[in-house]
Design a binder for this molecule. Sequence first.
Ligand SMILES: [Zn+2]
Length: 249
Amino acid sequence: MDRIRAAARDLRDADAAVALTGAGVSAPSGVPPFRGEDGIWNEYDPDALDVWRFRREPGAFWADWLDLRADLLDADPEPNPAHEALADLSAAGRLDALVTQNIDGLHRDAGSEEVVELHGNARRAVCRNCGWTTSADDAVARAESGDLPPRCDACDGALKPDAVLFGEQLPRDALVRARELAADSEAFLVAGSSLTVEPAASLPARAAESGATLIVVNLDETPLDARADYVFRGDVTEVLPALREAVGE
Ligand SMILES: [Zn+2]
Protein backbone atom coordinates (compact mmCIF):
# COMPACT_ATOMS: atom_id res chain seq x y z
CA MET A 1 0.00 0.00 0.00
CA ASP A 2 2.93 2.31 0.63
CA ARG A 3 3.95 2.07 -2.98
CA ILE A 4 0.40 2.97 -4.03
CA ARG A 5 0.56 6.04 -1.79
CA ALA A 6 3.92 7.06 -3.19
CA ALA A 7 2.71 6.64 -6.78
CA ALA A 8 -0.45 8.57 -5.92
CA ARG A 9 1.60 11.40 -4.48
CA ASP A 10 3.69 11.64 -7.64
CA LEU A 11 0.53 11.62 -9.73
CA ARG A 12 -0.98 14.37 -7.59
CA ASP A 13 2.19 16.47 -7.77
CA ALA A 14 2.49 16.21 -11.55
CA ASP A 15 1.42 19.27 -13.51
CA ALA A 16 0.62 17.12 -16.51
CA ALA A 17 -0.45 13.49 -16.20
CA VAL A 18 -1.34 11.10 -18.99
CA ALA A 19 -2.53 7.48 -19.04
CA LEU A 20 -2.06 4.89 -21.75
CA THR A 21 -4.42 1.93 -21.76
CA GLY A 22 -4.45 -1.36 -23.62
CA ALA A 23 -6.46 -4.57 -23.92
CA GLY A 24 -5.92 -5.41 -20.24
CA VAL A 25 -8.28 -2.57 -19.28
CA SER A 26 -11.08 -3.86 -21.53
CA ALA A 27 -10.66 -7.56 -20.70
CA PRO A 28 -12.45 -7.30 -17.31
CA SER A 29 -15.47 -5.92 -19.23
CA GLY A 30 -15.55 -9.11 -21.29
CA VAL A 31 -13.95 -7.66 -24.42
CA PRO A 32 -11.57 -10.31 -25.76
CA PRO A 33 -8.04 -9.20 -26.69
CA PHE A 34 -6.86 -9.39 -30.30
CA ARG A 35 -3.53 -11.00 -29.48
CA GLY A 36 -2.44 -13.82 -27.23
CA GLU A 37 -3.81 -17.25 -26.47
CA ASP A 38 -7.51 -16.36 -26.28
CA GLY A 39 -7.15 -13.56 -28.78
CA ILE A 40 -9.52 -12.72 -31.61
CA TRP A 41 -6.79 -13.51 -34.15
CA ASN A 42 -6.81 -17.15 -33.11
CA GLU A 43 -10.45 -17.30 -34.23
CA TYR A 44 -10.32 -15.14 -37.32
CA ASP A 45 -8.02 -14.89 -40.28
CA PRO A 46 -6.38 -11.45 -40.09
CA ASP A 47 -6.01 -11.52 -43.89
CA ALA A 48 -9.79 -11.58 -44.28
CA LEU A 49 -10.08 -8.38 -42.26
CA ASP A 50 -7.22 -6.26 -43.52
CA VAL A 51 -7.51 -3.10 -45.55
CA TRP A 52 -6.58 -4.82 -48.82
CA ARG A 53 -9.54 -7.22 -48.49
CA PHE A 54 -11.76 -4.24 -47.70
CA ARG A 55 -10.63 -2.51 -50.89
CA ARG A 56 -10.87 -5.66 -53.00
CA GLU A 57 -14.14 -7.12 -51.71
CA PRO A 58 -15.88 -4.68 -49.36
CA GLY A 59 -19.07 -6.77 -49.29
CA ALA A 60 -17.30 -9.98 -48.27
CA PHE A 61 -15.19 -8.01 -45.82
CA TRP A 62 -18.34 -6.70 -44.13
CA ALA A 63 -19.85 -10.17 -43.86
CA ASP A 64 -16.74 -11.30 -41.92
CA TRP A 65 -16.60 -8.05 -39.94
CA LEU A 66 -20.16 -8.61 -38.71
CA ASP A 67 -19.03 -11.95 -37.24
CA LEU A 68 -15.98 -10.47 -35.56
CA ARG A 69 -17.91 -7.51 -34.22
CA ALA A 70 -20.47 -9.85 -32.69
CA ASP A 71 -17.68 -11.56 -30.75
CA LEU A 72 -16.14 -8.26 -29.76
CA LEU A 73 -19.10 -6.13 -28.75
CA ASP A 74 -22.37 -8.03 -28.78
CA ALA A 75 -22.12 -8.96 -25.13
CA ASP A 76 -22.73 -5.20 -24.76
CA PRO A 77 -19.65 -4.55 -22.63
CA GLU A 78 -19.81 -1.90 -19.94
CA PRO A 79 -17.05 0.09 -18.26
CA ASN A 80 -15.39 -1.66 -15.32
CA PRO A 81 -13.81 -0.20 -12.16
CA ALA A 82 -10.56 0.48 -14.05
CA HIS A 83 -12.35 2.69 -16.62
CA GLU A 84 -14.24 4.37 -13.79
CA ALA A 85 -11.13 5.03 -11.72
CA LEU A 86 -9.46 6.69 -14.72
CA ALA A 87 -12.56 8.79 -15.45
CA ASP A 88 -12.66 9.85 -11.78
CA LEU A 89 -9.00 10.86 -11.89
CA SER A 90 -9.73 12.99 -14.97
CA ALA A 91 -12.78 14.57 -13.35
CA ALA A 92 -10.69 15.37 -10.27
CA GLY A 93 -8.13 17.11 -12.47
CA ARG A 94 -5.42 14.51 -11.81
CA LEU A 95 -5.28 13.12 -15.33
CA ASP A 96 -5.13 15.40 -18.34
CA ALA A 97 -5.64 12.86 -21.09
CA LEU A 98 -6.05 9.20 -21.89
CA VAL A 99 -4.36 7.55 -24.83
CA THR A 100 -5.85 4.18 -25.67
CA GLN A 101 -5.11 1.24 -27.95
CA ASN A 102 -8.66 -0.02 -27.41
CA ILE A 103 -11.38 0.40 -30.03
CA ASP A 104 -14.44 -0.34 -27.87
CA GLY A 105 -15.27 3.20 -26.73
CA LEU A 106 -15.54 2.20 -23.06
CA HIS A 107 -13.45 5.11 -21.75
CA ARG A 108 -15.96 7.57 -23.16
CA ASP A 109 -18.82 5.50 -21.73
CA ALA A 110 -17.17 5.81 -18.32
CA GLY A 111 -17.10 9.59 -18.70
CA SER A 112 -13.52 10.28 -19.79
CA GLU A 113 -13.60 13.23 -22.18
CA GLU A 114 -10.02 13.71 -23.33
CA VAL A 115 -9.48 10.36 -25.09
CA VAL A 116 -6.95 9.84 -27.87
CA GLU A 117 -7.84 6.70 -29.81
CA LEU A 118 -4.68 5.33 -31.46
CA HIS A 119 -6.49 2.52 -33.24
CA GLY A 120 -9.78 4.25 -33.98
CA ASN A 121 -13.18 3.28 -32.66
CA ALA A 122 -15.19 0.25 -33.76
CA ARG A 123 -18.40 2.02 -32.79
CA ARG A 124 -18.10 4.37 -35.74
CA ALA A 125 -18.06 3.77 -39.48
CA VAL A 126 -16.42 6.13 -41.92
CA CYS A 127 -16.53 6.69 -45.68
CA ARG A 128 -13.06 6.22 -47.14
CA ASN A 129 -13.87 8.60 -50.00
CA CYS A 130 -15.24 11.65 -48.25
CA GLY A 131 -14.88 11.13 -44.50
CA TRP A 132 -18.63 11.02 -43.75
CA THR A 133 -19.21 9.14 -40.51
CA THR A 134 -22.10 7.33 -38.94
CA SER A 135 -22.50 5.05 -35.94
CA ALA A 136 -21.33 1.48 -36.35
CA ASP A 137 -24.81 0.42 -35.22
CA ASP A 138 -26.28 2.23 -38.22
CA ALA A 139 -23.72 0.72 -40.63
CA VAL A 140 -24.20 -2.75 -39.13
CA ALA A 141 -27.99 -2.48 -39.38
CA ARG A 142 -27.64 -1.63 -43.07
CA ALA A 143 -25.19 -4.50 -43.61
CA GLU A 144 -27.44 -6.94 -41.77
CA SER A 145 -30.37 -5.94 -43.96
CA GLY A 146 -28.31 -6.98 -46.99
CA ASP A 147 -26.66 -3.70 -47.90
CA LEU A 148 -23.15 -5.16 -48.36
CA PRO A 149 -21.12 -3.10 -48.07
CA PRO A 150 -23.14 -0.40 -46.33
CA ARG A 151 -22.69 2.85 -48.25
CA CYS A 152 -22.10 6.53 -47.51
CA ASP A 153 -25.14 8.84 -47.56
CA ALA A 154 -23.09 11.64 -49.07
CA CYS A 155 -21.14 10.00 -51.91
CA ASP A 156 -22.22 6.34 -52.02
CA GLY A 157 -18.68 5.15 -51.19
CA ALA A 158 -18.21 1.97 -49.16
CA LEU A 159 -18.27 2.56 -45.41
CA LYS A 160 -15.38 1.19 -43.39
CA PRO A 161 -15.36 0.42 -39.67
CA ASP A 162 -13.48 3.33 -38.07
CA ALA A 163 -11.08 0.97 -36.35
CA VAL A 164 -7.57 0.78 -37.80
CA LEU A 165 -7.27 -2.32 -39.97
CA PHE A 166 -4.08 -4.23 -40.72
CA GLY A 167 -2.33 -2.45 -43.54
CA GLU A 168 -3.69 0.96 -42.54
CA GLN A 169 -1.77 3.87 -41.08
CA LEU A 170 -2.72 4.95 -37.60
CA PRO A 171 -4.73 8.19 -37.57
CA ARG A 172 -2.07 10.87 -37.85
CA ASP A 173 -3.73 13.43 -35.58
CA ALA A 174 -4.06 10.89 -32.78
CA LEU A 175 -0.45 9.81 -33.15
CA VAL A 176 0.90 13.36 -33.09
CA ARG A 177 -1.26 14.25 -30.10
CA ALA A 178 -0.21 11.11 -28.18
CA ARG A 179 3.47 11.89 -28.75
CA GLU A 180 3.02 15.48 -27.61
CA LEU A 181 1.15 14.37 -24.50
CA ALA A 182 3.86 11.83 -23.65
CA ALA A 183 6.68 14.34 -24.13
CA ASP A 184 4.93 17.01 -22.05
CA SER A 185 3.82 14.73 -19.21
CA GLU A 186 5.28 14.77 -15.72
CA ALA A 187 3.56 11.52 -14.81
CA PHE A 188 2.77 8.75 -17.26
CA LEU A 189 0.54 5.87 -16.19
CA VAL A 190 0.43 2.67 -18.25
CA ALA A 191 -2.53 0.38 -17.55
CA GLY A 192 -3.25 -3.01 -19.09
CA SER A 193 -0.79 -2.81 -21.95
CA SER A 194 2.05 -5.21 -22.56
CA LEU A 195 3.81 -2.36 -24.44
CA THR A 196 4.88 -4.67 -27.25
CA VAL A 197 3.01 -2.96 -30.11
CA GLU A 198 4.18 0.29 -31.63
CA PRO A 199 3.54 3.15 -31.22
CA ALA A 200 2.24 2.42 -27.73
CA ALA A 201 5.56 0.90 -26.74
CA SER A 202 7.52 4.07 -27.43
CA LEU A 203 5.15 6.52 -25.69
CA PRO A 204 6.15 5.69 -22.10
CA ALA A 205 9.81 5.64 -23.16
CA ARG A 206 9.38 9.13 -24.59
CA ALA A 207 7.73 10.28 -21.36
CA ALA A 208 10.48 8.77 -19.23
CA GLU A 209 13.15 10.44 -21.39
CA SER A 210 11.46 13.78 -20.71
CA GLY A 211 11.70 13.10 -16.99
CA ALA A 212 8.18 11.89 -16.27
CA THR A 213 7.42 9.56 -13.41
CA LEU A 214 6.51 6.23 -15.02
CA ILE A 215 3.86 4.04 -13.38
CA VAL A 216 3.09 0.62 -14.92
CA VAL A 217 0.04 -1.44 -13.94
CA ASN A 218 -0.12 -4.73 -15.82
CA LEU A 219 -0.60 -8.43 -15.10
CA ASP A 220 2.46 -9.42 -17.09
CA GLU A 221 5.94 -8.00 -17.40
CA THR A 222 6.52 -5.22 -19.89
CA PRO A 223 9.72 -4.15 -21.64
CA LEU A 224 9.47 -0.80 -19.81
CA ASP A 225 9.34 -2.25 -16.28
CA ALA A 226 13.05 -1.72 -15.73
CA ARG A 227 12.68 2.00 -16.50
CA ALA A 228 9.50 2.47 -14.48
CA ASP A 229 9.43 4.25 -11.12
CA TYR A 230 6.55 2.05 -9.98
CA VAL A 231 5.47 -1.35 -11.30
CA PHE A 232 2.24 -2.90 -10.02
CA ARG A 233 1.93 -6.47 -11.21
CA GLY A 234 -1.79 -6.73 -10.57
CA ASP A 235 -5.34 -6.50 -11.80
CA VAL A 236 -6.20 -3.06 -13.18
CA THR A 237 -9.67 -3.25 -11.62
CA GLU A 238 -8.02 -3.41 -8.18
CA VAL A 239 -4.88 -1.32 -8.57
CA LEU A 240 -6.46 1.67 -10.36
CA PRO A 241 -9.32 2.16 -7.86
CA ALA A 242 -6.74 1.92 -5.05
CA LEU A 243 -4.60 4.51 -6.79
CA ARG A 244 -7.56 6.84 -7.29
CA GLU A 245 -8.47 6.42 -3.64
CA ALA A 246 -4.92 7.26 -2.56
CA VAL A 247 -4.74 10.30 -4.86
CA GLY A 248 -7.83 11.66 -3.12
CA GLU A 249 -6.32 11.32 0.36
ZN1 LIG B 1 -18.67 9.39 -48.78
